[in-house]
Design a protein around this ligand. Structure first.
Ligand SMILES: *Cc1c(COP(=O)(O)O)cnc(C)c1O
Length: 221
């Protein structure tokens, strides 16, 4: 299967209100261009430097989503162009994004990453820390950061019952936060292996990599 065929197939299976982020981390620009030429405009990367390099050489109508963990000292490299940051997980990071966005006269859309997986390795905030951030004086003063929703990564498992309960938990948080944050419009959950279930549980943004571009080869990276 080609990248454009994979894309076509996945897109045709998505409800109209679900946005597809094509996760292109580790993949060469030629692969991204194949997706671009078949209409894809939103790409997700998890390393700031790799995203910045691809941004430089690729068409300027692409929306770049940072989906990985963000180190504060690297925010400045993506602040001029990043379209959405999925993994906001602390007040300090929010303040740095605000500072860098201000330098470029931009307002950057961000999602709060909530820890929904049982594994220790996954980043993210607890629900109560997320609420604290949203209600903080600091956020009310961050006029260059718009928190527009939530992101979560489920446990790496085939257990559908567990996946479903993790996705449902995130949806519950989203609905609750939305009542006091009316600008919420994005619930980012679901990857290649679980995006259909995530959509059934209320996701409206899926981050799909290997089902579009094929398996990643980390050893050559
Ligand atoms: C790599 C990655 C994805 C995509 O994973 P696939 O299983 O290849 O679809 C989605 N979200 C995040 C945060 C990722 O790091």
């Amino acid at each position: 299967m080609s990248i454009s065929n994979n894309l076509k197939q996945i897109k045709s299976s998505l409800p109209e209100d679900v946005t597809l982020v094509a996760v292109s981390k580790t993949k060469p620009v030629d692969d991204l261009m194949e997706a671009y030429n078949s209409g894809q405009r939103i790409f997700g990367e998890n390393k700031i430097q790799e995203m910045a390099e691809k941004h430089q050489v690729m068409p300027k109508d692409i929306k770049w989503h940072m989906i990985g963990h963000v180190q504060r000292n690297k925010v400045k490299y993506m602040a001029p162009f990043v379209s959405m940051i999925h993994a906001l997980d602390s007040i300090k990071l929010m303040e740095e994004i605000n500072k860098q966005a201000m330098k470029h006269n931009r307002v950057i859309d961000c999602l709060l990453q909530i820890k929904i997986a049982k594994e220790d390795s996954k980043f993210g905030m607890s629900k109560s820390d997320a609420l604290t951030l949203l209600n903080s004086k600091s956020y009310s003063e961050c006029s260059h950061v718009n928190i527009v929703g939530l992101m979560g990564m489920a446990t790496f498992t085939d257990n559908q019952t567990q996946l479903k309960s993790e996705f449902e938990y995130l949806k519950t948080c989203y609905d609750e936060f939305k009542t006091t944050n009316p600008i919420f419009n994005t619930l980012s959950m679901g990857m290649s292996g679980d995006y259909k279930l995530a959509i059934d549980c209320g996701s409206n943004m899926v981050r799909v990599g290997s089902s579009i571009f094929g398996a990643r080869n980390y050893t050559s990276n």
